[in-house]
Design a protein around this ligand. Structure first.
Ligand code: ADP
Length: 462
C-alpha cells in the first residue's frame, strides 16, 4: 500500500496547487505594483496641473487671485489632505493654507533656493513626523519671484492598496482550498485507469490469467496503456498455450521411440534369442536412438538458426544453382512416389548466405512437398528474382493445411493431426523459417485443404 504523500494523485494535486499559488501571486504582485505606479503618476500629474493653473491665475488675477483659489480648493476638499505655501525669493513664506495638520513638514529652504536658481520643479515623496501616510509634494515657480510649495497626502492610494491586499488574501484563502479539491478530483480521474491496471495486474499475479482491464472510449494515454496491457496479456496467454502445446508435442514425440526401445528390450529379456535376433534388436534400438538424437539435434539447429538472426552470414551464394541441386536431389524421391517435380529457375541469382543452412531449408520444403502429396500429384518449384528480392516458391497438390494450423506449422514441434502418420518431428519448418529470417527474409504460406500448399521464401539479393 502506497502512503498518501507518495501517491501520484497527491503529487499531481500538490504540484497543481503550487502552480496555482505561484500564478495568483505573480498576477497579484504585478497588478499591485502596476496600480500603485498608475495612482502615483496620476497624483504627480494632478500636482503639475495645479502648478500650471496657478501660474495662469497669477498672470490673470495676481497674488490675490491665487490666494482666493487656494482658499476655494481647501474649502472643497478636506484640510488634512493637502496644503499650499507661497514663498518669495528670500525663502520667506508669504502665504499658506491651514498647516495645523502639516506642522512637521521638513525644512525646505535649500530646495526653495535651488528652484529659484534652476527654475525647474522638484517633486518629492516625504514622510511627515507622526503622520501615518506619506505625502507627494512639488516645489515650482508660479511667477519669477513666487514659489508655490504644495502637497497631497497619499492616504487614498494607501487605502486602495490595503483594500487590494485584503482582497488578495481573501481570494487566496478561498481559491487555494478550491483548487486543491479540483486538483484532487482531476488527478483522481486521471490515475483511475492506472489504478485499474495495477489492480488487475495484482489479480493476474494471484493466478487469474483471464482478467482484463475494461477500456474507456476516451482514446487518451491511459486507454492506450490499457490496450497495450491487454494486448500483452493476450500475447502471454497465447505464448503459454503454445509452450504447453510444444511441451505436449515433445513428450508425445519422445514417448514413441522410447516406448519402442522399451518393447524391444523387454522382448530381448523375455525370450531365448538367437544371436541373429540379438543383432536385429540392437539395430532396432540404434535406429530409435538415432531418431531421438535427430530430434535433439534438430532442436539445437533451430535454436542456432534463430540466434543467427542477429549475425547474418556473408558468403555470396548462387541461389539458382543451390535450388537446382536440391531439385535434382529430390527428383529420385519424387519419381519413387510417382510425383511430377517441375522446376523453373531464373539463372544466376545471388544472395549472401550460409550455404549449409540454405541447403537444409530447401531440403525441408521439398521433402515436405513430396511427403505430404499423394501419388500422381505434382510439385512445382519456381525461382524468380527482382532488384531487391529472390522468391522461391515450392507448390504442391498435396493434402493442404487446415486454416487454423497455418500460422502454427512454423512453431517448433507442431504437426497437423492429419500428418501424424508420416515421419517427422515438426521441426523442419521452424528451422526453415529461422534460416530465412537469419538471411533478412521470411517464408509465407498459402494453403487449401486437399488442394495443396504454396510456401514462398523471400530473400534479399546480394
Ligand atoms: P515435419 O517433420 O512434421 O514435416 P515440419 O516442421 O516440416 O515438420 O512441418 C510441420 C507440419 O506442417 C507437418 O507436420 C505437416 O503437418 C505440415 N506441413 C508442412 N509442409 C506441408 C505440406 N507441403 N503440405 C501439407 N502439410 C505440410
Amino acid at each position: 500500500m502506497i502512503s498518501l504523500p507518495n501517491t501520484l494523485a497527491f503529487r499531481l494535486t500538490f504540484r497543481y496547487t503550487v502552480v496555482v499559488i505561484i500564478l495568483i501571486t505573480i498576477v497579484f504582485t504585478a497588478s499591485y505594483f502596476l496600480l500603485k505606479k498608475t495612482l502615483n503618476q496620476n497624483m504627480k500629474h494632478d500636482l503639475l496641473e495645479d502648478i500650471i493653473e496657478f501660474q495662469m491665475l497669477y498672470q490673470n488675477e495676481g497674488l490675490d487671485g491665487v490666494k482666493r483659489e487656494i482658499e476655494r480648493e481647501i474649502k472643497l476638499g478636506e484640510e488634512q489632505d493637502f496644503f499650499f505655501q507661497l514663498f518669495d525669493k528670500d525663502g520667506t513664506q508669504i502665504y499658506s493654507s491651514d498647516l495645523s495638520h502639516w506642522q512637521f513638514l521638513p525644512e525646505n529652504q535649500h530646495i526653495i533656493k535651488e528652484v529659484f536658481s534652476t527654475r525647474e520643479f522638484i517633486f518629492q515623496t516625504i514622510s511627515i513626523q507622526g503622520a501615518e501616510y506619506k505625502a507627494k509634494t512639488i516645489h515650482n515657480l508660479i511667477a519669477p519671484d513666487i514659489l508655490l510649495y504644495t502637497g497631497e497626502s497619499t492616504e487614498d492610494i494607501q487605502d486602495i492598496m490595503t483594500l487590494l491586499s485584503r482582497v488578495f488574501i481573501g481570494m487566496f484563502l478561498i481559491v487555494i482550498p478550491i483548487s486543491f479539491v479540483i486538483g484532487w478530483l482531476m488527478a483522481g480521474h486521471a490515475v483511475k485507469g492506472i489504478k485499474e491496471v495495477s489492480r488487475i495486474a495484482s489479480e493476474i499475479e494471484k493466478g487469474k490469467l483471464d482478467r482484463r482491464v475494461s477500456v474507456s472510449a476516451q482514446g487518451d494515454e491511459i486507454t492506450q496503456l490499457v490496450n497495450t496491457f491487454n494486448a500483452m496479456l493476450d500475447r502471454i496467454k497465447v505464448l503459454i498455450f503454445e509452450m504447453k502445446e510444444m511441451t505436449n508435442n515433445i513428450a508425445h514425440d519422445l514417448r514413441s521411440p522410447l516406448a519402442r526401445i522399451r518393447v524391444i528390450s523387454e522382448l530381448v529379456l523375455s525370450s531365448n534369442n538367437t544371436p541373429k535376433e540379438f543383432k536385429s534388436a540392437a539395430s532396432d534400438t540404434i535406429e530409435e536412438c538415432d531418431r531421438l538424437l535427430q530430434m535433439i539435434n534438430s532442436t539445437l539447429d533451430v535454436a542456432e538458426a534463430e540466434a543467427d538472426i542477429f549475425q547474418r552470414p556473408k558468403q555470396k551464394v548462387n541461389i539458382s544453382l543451390l535450388v537446382q541441386d536440391a531439385c535434382e536431389l529430390f527428383e529420385a524421391m519424387a519419381d519413387q512416389k510417382r510425383i511430377k517435380l517441375i522446376y523453373r529457375l531464373e539463372d544466376n541469382c545471388f544472395i549472401y548466405g550460409n550455404i549449409q543452412n540454405l541447403q537444409r531449408m530447401l531440403a525441408n520444403l521439398l521433402d515436405n512437398a513430396i511427403k505430404y502429396t499423394l501419388a500422381n500429384g505434382q510439385v512445382d518449384v519456381v525461382l524468380t528474382g527482382t532488384r531487391q528480392n529472390i522468391e522461391i516458391m515450392v507448390m504442391d497438390t498435396g493434402m493442404g493445411i487446415p486454416k487454423n494450423d497455418q500460422a502454427r506449422v512454423f512453431d517448433r514441434f507442431f504437426r497437423c493431426d492429419q500428418s501424424r502418420t508420416h515421419d517427422g518431428c515438426g521441426l523442419g519448418l521452424s528451422f526453415s523459417r529461422a534460416v530465412a529470417r537469419s538471411h533478412g527474409g521470411d517464408i509465407n504460406l498459402i494453403s487449401r485443404l486437399k488442394k495443396g500448399s504454396r510456401f514462398t521464401t523471400k530473400l534479399p539479393v546480394a
